[in-house]
Design a protein around this ligand. Sequence first.
Ligand SMILES: Nc1ncnc2c1ncn2[C@@H]1O[C@H](COP(=O)(O)OP(=O)(O)OP(=O)(O)O)[C@@H](O)[C@H]1O
Length: 847
Amino acid sequence: MANARAAPSSHSAATEQAYDGSHDTGVLLRLESVTKSFPGVRALDDVSMDVVAGEVHGLVGENGAGKSTLMAVASGALMPDSGTVVVSGHEVGSDPAQIRSLGLSIVRQEPALMPDLTVAENLLLGVPASVRTTAGDAARWARKQLSAWSETVEIRPSTRVSALNPSQRFIVEITKALSQEPTVLVLDEPTEHLAREDVDRLFEKIRDVCSRGAAVVYISHRIKEVRQVAHRLTVLRDGQAQGTFAAAELGEQQIVDLIVGREVDTAFPAKVTIRTNGPDRLELESFSGPGFAPVDLVVRPGEIVGLAGIDGNGQREILRAVAGLLPSHGTVRVDGRGRGVGSTTRAARAGISYLPGDRHREGIFAELSVRENFAVRNLGTIGRLGWIRAGAERRLTDEAINELRVKTPSTETAIGSLSGGNQQKTVLAGVFASSPSVILADEPTQGVDIGARLEIYQQLRRKAADGTAVLVLSSDAFELAGLCDRVLIVSRGKVAAELTGDDVTERHITQAVLTATTTRDPAHRTRGGIWKALDYTAAPSFLIALAIIALGVFTASRSEFYLSDRNLGGVLALTATLALAAFGQQAIMMTGGIDLSVGPLMGLVVVIGSFYLVDGTPAGLQLWGWLLILTVPLGIGVLNWTLIDLVGLHPMVATLATFMGIQACSLLLRPVPDGLISPAITESLSVVAGPVPAAILVVGLAAVALEFLLFRSVTGMRLRGVGSQAEAARVAGVRGRRVRLVAHLACSAFAGLAGITLMAQIGSGDANAGTNYTLQSIAAVVIGGASIFGGRGSFVGALMGALLLTQVSGVTTFLNLNDAWQSYLLGGLTILAVTAYSLSRRRALAR
Ligand SMILES: Nc1ncnc2c1ncn2[C@@H]1O[C@H](COP(=O)(O)OP(=O)(O)OP(=O)(O)O)[C@@H](O)[C@H]1O
């Protein structure tokens, strides 16, 4: 950025290329008169733009100008109010799958990845079937795709996406887009989280894409990058196109003026040294944590200190440990006080305020309004005696968002609907207003437009001048050079160099980062330990097996009858029934749903059987009975799906309604238990092989087959993908509704099968026979490792969970415990399992 003011430029005839159709033959993406409004805002107003073969087309504009919305329309994710989209010569509607098959790939500001799926699975699901390999070959194929990005890439195909840091998520997203060999590649602020060497790699890929005749749309606020890479650029302002220009003919300042539409000062605020006799504002002494060795560091009042380094060298971990987000050892002093941090509450109490680098995951509460997002960081100022002072809240919010020029229809708008840059500004406004002693800022200007970027630099400088210590982490050496008084170069977990005074330049920082040669202390590598082990899919089954064996051995030592054939056979038969119900519950929970109607449905099957499958019923009528037993559950599955997916009811509400409806039908048909099921049928359903019921053998084989389907087939990946992140799955071309329909049908079908085995066990028509199975099936899958939020679980885990629950119900008798113990044990086990699994997931998340 030049230290100069420039006059706003007009759209000179020399730079603007009016499109006269001469490029028609090479147009790969055409947007014509596209208009799109959201409540309170016209995001796009009659915007037209052509992207031609072989070019990089820059798309620039302030935060909220409409760039992402335009590309969402181009990729089919959003339906425009009017206007047309033509991709590779075909006029298209809002059909992401069709547009993708025509060769348009998009890398969004927030990667559309499914967090519970592995890197390989995300890559596989994200590409069209024509490019895709088989599920069994996914790991090898993914490794190949990733190594095309870089031979030294540190992303393993088997790692869950939830454990990746933002930069790695972008690399996976870009790799996914590139592996489709796109005709039009849209990159929406791809470099905000990338380290310098990855930016260079990306530019190389962009050149490759163009050299094979495809086109790239490049959205960025980094004008230098846009000028470096783009052939032409289109400027958007307040939803209107300001023209398309040949990039080489525009200077940096001209681009800035076109974007902002007014005179902009692009100078960094002057650096001022403040001298005080007081203690250092922030002091780290022998401060160590996961990913970095003991660090000594001070930030004096009024100082802005930068942290630089190649991504993954520990600089982010230092910042996060000071913020209390990572465990640490050593001393942190703020104004000479304090000893350790260890938690975010203690950090906040010490006056440390953290601006997260991962805005989507840690920075915003997407469903809450702009006002609430601001307020949550300033409860100390706007709260009194536990209550929010509405007047102060409104006033401070208005002031803060005006200062940073947050573009929002109102402060009551949900922050999730703002453009990325405006979200970032809101989070920053909250941090600034909290008047902290120390500001830790991780990539403070990510996604922020040029005008606001300068405002942020000025605010940081003003905060520093007021005595706040500012520690900034940025992958942009230019930003660090312009903003910081000192820059620390972190390499392999250690501070390898310090640049001060005149040495704080972009060139010196880049040079120091690239030449830093410390060695990492092996003791400070990240440790996963037990939590990481628990995060593996098979871990719950393993733990349950241990619990079953321990409980079994203990009970057998107390009662010789426990290991009798009769008891074991009984436990296994009951397990088969519960496991079948749990398989159904698992299928639906995998998609993020829940089915409360499972139990009554089992009861209804028993009731139907008690009318048609009794001795003396003609064969034709028995056949009719079997037909009903098999089809009624499928009908219930369709009904549940209709209520949830088509009518829009919450799964809990919808299936509670069907729970009551089915129960009422069963009670109407069988107000009291009656109707003896034909012994011939119950006996044939209760065949045993030695002490082992055939049913449990079939159920065991089914669990293995289902597990294989879940983890080794594209269908299984889709099921998990929809539950893990429905929107990302949709972007990946997965038809969520269809997947949920299959899950509902599977759930009810398994409940029907469980009803049949239950019928064999109780032998007569009892409307209440199945009701307990609803909660038990949920408990079994949760103990088996499923997440009630979807995306995680296991059929083998569900079977093991069912076995443990059945075992627990039985052992109380052998241990002479009263019946209440069944509930204690059941509740205790569920809480223990859920706590262990959710802790393991949190600990396994990216640092
Ligand atoms: N789903 C939505 N609901 C409501 N408003 C929306 C939605 N998506 C975008 N907007 C609004 O449309 C306008 C344009 O947003 P868009 O994300 O396209 O801007 P942008 O140019 O990409 O900005 P940035 O550079 O900050 O990413 C903004 O005012 C934004 O708040």
